[in-house]
Design a protein around this ligand. Structure first.
Ligand code: NDP
Ligand code: OXD
Length: 309
């Protein structure tokens, strides 16, 4: 089997030995050096080639995303007969949990306010309420959101979650569908977005949702930049409806230097680093999917193209 590694973000030197460890006879080429596009059976991809896309490889049997999110692959343009899997990697799940716990804790403990006070040499006490009195709402209860919600329950927060279909998660008050959004949001003091970007979720972090939240709620967006309507967020920060935001994803990445988020006193910017995978933990899952594709079995974490995630 011949695999093409195609990413400007991930390091093939890290991946190739790990993939070969689990499938020693796997042949691997690294984009853009492809001897014969017709010989490529599988692609491990973050972004397809800008010119020609995946159509360059007429005999592909499987598309394995290097991302947990797959919106960057432009699902509508993909050949429908080739199965696509998103990446579920225990390392990525753990790093996302850690980032979200850090961001929630930072808002909960008022650490950004202390950081503001430091240059002014201000010694100001802020003692937060008990964690059980603080409600954190997680949008998206899949691999990543479910894990974050469980970690927040373990820390003692009052946790709510919102998904597309009915869910049961121990210790989490679950809501689902458009009809459940208002009840979910009305008591969410710290909102974490871990949704996939689909036509249904694009622009969801906007004024109608902000108006459902208690005044002064905090926002953590680690989903995709396309979830947030930036003008609405800036207005909500201005009015105090949203007290502070931690943003890891943006509609344009890298975030342009002139963008107001960079210097906004109530916004923390991180450069799309909330979670990172590791070839060590992800390679076994990728190899299992190559085997499944050859055997024409459903892939692990196969994307439902119509649903968009
Ligand atoms: P999953 O597919 O496992 O979970 C998605 C969740 O979102 C599911 O619970 C699903 O509901 C819910 N959902 C989807 N559509 C809707 C909708 N219309 N309304 C309500 N809920 C909806 O994805 P992951 O947890 O693996 O990843 C989530 C996203 O995190 C990725 O798509 C990506 O955008 C982002 N991400 C960001 C990273 C970063 O570094 N910032 C790194 C990795 C991922 P249901 O359970 O009912 O299907
Ligand atoms: C992903 C990401 O989707 O890093 O994996 O954003």
């Amino acid at each position: 089997m011949k695999l093409l590694f195609c990413s400007h973000l991930d390091d093939p030197n890290e991946w190739i030995p790990e993939l070969k460890k689990h499938m020693p006879d796997l042949e691997i080429e690294v984009w853009p050096k492809v001897a014969d596009p017709k010989a490529i059976d599988a692609i491990l991809v973050w972004l397809p080639p800008a010119e020609g896309g995946l159509g360059l490889f007429p005999n592909l049997k499987v598309i394995q995303s290097l991302g947990a999110g797959v919106n960057q692959l432009d699902l509508k343009s993909l050949p429908r007969h080739i199965p696509l899997a998103r990446l579920v990697d225990p390392g990525l799940t753990t790093s996302m949990r850690d980032y979200c716990v850090w961001a929630v804790m930072r808002h909960y403990r008022g650490l950004d306010v202390h950081a503001e006070h430091q240059p002014q040499k201000k010694w100001v006490y802020y003692i937060p309420p008990p964690k059980s009195a603080v409600s954190v709402g997680v949008m998206g209860l899949g691999e990543l959101g479910g894990n974050v919600a469980r970690a927040l329950v373990d820390l003692g927060f009052s946790v709510r979650g919102w998904a597309r279909s009915p869910k049961k998660l121990e210790g989490v008050a679950c809501f689902w569908g458009p009809e459940g959004l208002k009840d979910f949001a009305s008591k969410t003091e710290i909102l974490v977005c871990l949704l996939p970007l689909t036509p249904e979720t694009r622009g969801i972090l906007a004024r109608p949702l902000f108006d459902m939240l208690p005044k002064g709620a905090k926002l953590i967006n680690v989903g995709r930049g396309g979830h947030q309507v930036e003008a609405d967020l800036l207005a909500a920060l201005e009015s105090g409806r949203i007290a502070a935001a931690t943003l890891d994803v943006f509609s344009t990445e890298p975030l342009p230097p002139e963008h107001p988020f960079w210097t906004h006193p109530k916004v923390t910017v991180t450069p799309h680093v909330a979670a990172f995978g590791s070839a060590v933990t992800a390679a076994p899952v990728v190899i299992e999917n190559l085997r499944r594709a050859v055997a024409r079995k459903p892939l692990l974490n196969q994307v439902d193209i119509d649903r968009g995630y």
